[in-house]
Design a protein around this ligand. Structure first.
Ligand SMILES: [Zn+2]
Length: 285
């Protein structure tokens, strides 16, 4: 695989954590409303942000969850949505030390240094930090915007437009272009974020319309595929085990493509947004 010395470091920071239903991660044959309200097994997961220190830019993959979800009683757009979300996520813990600026500061960076952020998808725990990086160019999949602006789920919203289309946010729809790069096969569309092959955004639909992943190529360590919420655990993807959120058919289609990519890139490190072992997998502490 092509390597580049442009990427100086890839690290993970965590903007707090919270509990989700076991079914959310591991899937279930039961209907969604059953596990949301009657599921009794919970799993605590971190809300990660990946930080890529490139020689020409400081880049984030996702921006985490902002504290408003725990401090603002009016965080959710309406009462029905709030009611559902309080049954989907439990015991969210985001302290003042867990905000995106605080976490970047601990790593020796400043939020004002962030040049670009690629957003895996538009759920609140991935776009939460965008208000902290108003100078940054923000990139997300076009279908995500179409979903956000179209008629939403009849009972509740899953994408909170007021927290995404905030004044001054520098959103760009990811301009995918066709590629026949054999290193990216079987993906046939890609967006080269820096123009040097170091960070390649790939369409990986299934969790939410417009979901994307980003391949980061380093010369001193194996390549990394940041997959957002495509899966919660690399093993699940390898076993073709889809969770209960998203379009199962699309997820399986994308899982097969990612496994095929990994087949010709055996050292590829697959990192979900909520991977508790991300720091270890990146070789940092
Ligand atoms: Zn999500």
């Amino acid at each position: 695989m092509l390597t580049t010395s442009a990427v100086k470091a890839v690290s993970v920071i965590t903007t707090g954590d919270g509990e989700v239903h076991h079914e959310h991660i591991y899937g279930t044959r039961r209907p969604e409303l059953w596990w949301i309200f009657f599921g009794r097994r919970w799993v605590r997961l971190p809300i990660n942000v990946y930080v890529i220190d490139h020689e020409d830019a400081l880049v984030l993959f996702d921006t985490g969850q902002d504290r408003a979800v725990v401090t603002d009683p009016d965080y959710y757009p309406d009462r029905i949505t709030a009611f559902f979300y309080r049954h989907i996520f439990r015991d969210i813990r985001i302290g003042p030390e867990d905000t995106l600026p605080a976490q970047l500061g601990r790593m020796g960076y400043s939020a004002s240094q962030v040049d670009k952020a690629v957003i895996s998808h538009l759920h609140g725990d991935h776009v939460g930090g965008i208000a902290d990086i108003p100078q940054a160019e923000l990139y997300a999949g076009e279908e995500g915007f179409a979903y956000m602006r179209g008629p939403d789920h009849p009972e509740r919203q899953t994408v909170f437009r007021d927290r995404i289309e905030i004044p001054g946010a520098r959103w760009h729809m990811i301009p995918f272009a066709s590629t026949d790069d054999p290193e990216l096969a079987p993906f046939t569309e890609a967006f080269d974020l820096m123009g040097d092959g170091s960070m390649i955004v790939l369409p990986t639909p299934g969790h939410l319309p417009g979901s994307v992943s980003m391949l980061v190529r380093r010369d001193t360590a194996p390549p990394v595929l940041l997959v957002g919420d495509l899966t919660y655990d690399e093993q699940l993807l390898e076993r073709d085990h889809v969770g209960a959120v998203g379009d199962a058919v699309q997820l399986r289609h994308t899982y097969a493509k990612v496994r095929a990519l990994k087949q010709h890139t055996p050292d590829l490190v697959i990192l979900p947004a909520h991977d508790p072992h991300a720091a270890k997998k990146l070789g940092s502490t």
